[in-house]
Design a protein around this ligand. Sequence first.
Ligand code: SF4
Length: 312
Amino acid sequence: MKYVFGPVSSKRLGQSLGVDLLPSKSCTWNCLYCQLGKTRNFVTERQEFFPRQEILEEIRQSLKVSTNLDWITFVGSGETLLYKGIGWLIAETKKLTTVPVAVITNGSLLYLPEVREELLFADALLPSLNAGSEALHNRIDQPASGLTFQQHVEGLIAFRQEYKGRLWIEVMLLGGINDSDEALHDLASVLKQINPDMVHLVLPTRPAPEQQVQLPTPERLERAIAILSEIATVVNPLKGSMDLRNAADLCEAVTAIVSRHPVQQRELQKAIADCFPDDSAKVEEVMLELFATGRFKLVEHNGEQYWVMRME
Ligand code: SF4
């Protein structure tokens, strides 16, 4: 297969079939933490890099052999939205399967109305926002000339207003760079304007060739979770997919996560137990209350119980 890979298993998207739409490395940014190495030549012009029919055919073939998928994820060896025709691919993929479609992107082209329009039928969009100020954005993401922080934020805000799917903003937390209280408060204030459904904190745990980035300390990570949780549910990168301790509304937070991918019952119990460290009886009570909402159902897979959404 040239374009389709996986399924890969991740904490954030469960079992996901990946579709790579770009030649490596085609990007509008040159992030400090990029696992693909430095961006030698920026690409900012959208193109149909590979024939869309060829890509769709691979998706069709892969769906015949891949079962138990939670997501089909469009992602690129660079910036995914540079692929002109992604909207067509999303629409055609959705004709082939009921598996939801996610798009991972840096979000730098969302300021373009035609790009936003192409994404309206995706079930989830995961764009990046690593800074709440122009200076830090330029330091971390190093965008191509002509792409500004203001454009990036305005694109995200406009998209949120038009988009009915799930908007999960990805924040790469870099030790000593964007993990100070000031940087986190700046970020929170921009996130507030955007109003995402969730914030996914991610860490530079994988090697980034030619780059030097540090993990944040556990204290700074906790601080980031506390500050950003005031805006939206935050997915803690160290705690599986669930950290409910700062959730304003437990039921809404669990719904937001279970609607993304099935959650092991054991993991949910553990996350709830973390919310009530001095009251072990509370776990059972909260689990029953959540189940009584009628939003969820239990399914068994490989001997494990999972919570999934109950469809209407
Ligand atoms: S947006 Fe992604 S591919 Fe582009 S430089 Fe940043 S991490 Fe690398």
